[in-house]
Design a protein around this ligand. Structure first.
Ligand SMILES: [Zn+2]
Ligand SMILES: [Zn+2]
Length: 278
């Protein structure tokens, strides 16, 4: 499995010279089987625009799993050259809102006039829109476990994705402190998080905050980097990838966060240059 980080920023894009090394695109991760082009995209933040750089001129033919519908996770959808073309084929999985609403209609609430000129249903190519429940299923040759996790403002999923030999977990937006302080005041190591992460090779997780910011800023719905490291330890995950960096966090500040964990080789800070071969 190859995992390519196309956008690692949280909340809103962060252009500018202070953000060049880690990158300013919002959440999107491409997953490919060995030696193949990506067939699975995790979220559709502005990083999804970089998908075409992985496709050798070919259209994207695969699936997109949306963790939730916040703007930073769907903003790139109308701007992706690899998916918005006549010969693309895309199945877009959207968290089931549990109110009977049609998934395309749910997406269209934020992607239609007067909010946006192009309607979700007008994207070029062969698109289908699927309401995804918390379950496990097979897609594009991957086994995916879906669990609902706490976040602020809308149903949010974490995904555990396996190709039969390697397993990654994707939890870009997660507020474990919403369930209580937990044993170390970072939030609860709750059952959904543990069952997603157990013995995984890689955990890609919300690290919007650091411990000392948690009290003042947890109400935005995010986790601290220290929680990610501890969750990985509890669940015996090999590699913790700090992800969904705060929009104001400069390259130098992210370097400082990396230094906090420099004695732990199992922790890396995601950048737009990160590629993991599993
Ligand atoms: Zn987000
Ligand atoms: Zn969110």
């Amino acid at each position: 499995m190859r995992v390519t980080f196309l956008g690692v920023r949280g909340s809103t894009p962060a252009p500018g010279e202070e953000f060049i090394r880690y990158g300013g695109h919002t959440s999107c991760v491409a997953v490919a089987h060995d030696g193949e082009s990506p067939s699975l995209l995790l979220d559709a933040g502005t990083g999804i625009r970089r998908t075409s750089s992985l496709m050798n001129g070919e259209p994207f033919r695969g699936s997109i799993l949306l963790s939730h519908l916040h703007r930073d996770h769907v903003h790139g959808l109308p701007f992706c050259d690899a998916t918005d073309r006549l010969d693309s084929r895309v199945t877009l999985f959207i968290p089931d809102q549990l109110d009977g609403s049609d998934p395309l209609e749910v997406l269209s609430r934020g992607m239609s006039p007067p909010h946006f000129p192009v309607r979700a249903g007008e994207l070029r190519g062969d698109w289908s829109f699927v309401a995804l429940s918390a379950s496990s299923f097979e897609v594009e040759g991957f086994h995916v476990l879906v669990e609902e996790i706490p976040h602020k403002g809308g149903r949010t999923y974490g995904f555990r994705i396996s190709d039969g030999s390697s397993t990654i977990v994707y939890m870009p937006d997660h507020c474990p402190s919403a369930l209580g302080p937990g044993p170390d005041d970072l939030g609860e190591y709750h059952q959904a998080a543990l069952s997603l992460c157990e013995d995984a090779d890689v955990l890609i997780h919300d690290a919007q905050l650091v411990r000392e910011e948690l009290e003042a800023e947890a109400y935005f719905g995010h986790a601290a980097a220290e929680y990610v490291v501890e969750l990985a330890r509890h669940a015996e995950v090999t590699q913790a990838v700090l992800f969904h960096h705060k929009q104001s966090r400069t390259d130098d500040e992210l370097d400082a966060i990396a230094r906090r964990f420099s004695d732990n080789p199992g922790v890396i800070v995601a950048s737009q240059a990160t590629v993991l071969e599993l």
